[in-house]
Design a protein around this ligand. Sequence first.
Ligand code: ZN
Length: 91
Amino acid sequence: MSNDEKDRFGQKLHDVEAARENEWARKRDQELLEKLRAQKNAATCPECEQKLVPDAEHGTGGLVCPERHGAWLSWDTIMKMLDRLSRPERK
Ligand SMILES: [Zn+2]
């Protein structure tokens, strides 16, 4: 291998490494962005500021404060609950 070839090979290796680093940086940036977005969208309890968690216990599809200070439910869910409560034959 001539010196010129070695240089070109070295440059190629360098390019491949740079591309890998760029890919890694891009992935990391995207992960950070997604994390930030998730944090921004994460509903928190106004009482204790803890992140609201899915209400698996009642299956409402809503989010509840882990300390049970309150809950966030979709309007649709609230309407269905009110409808169920207003029926005389409720269980
Ligand atoms: Zn709370």
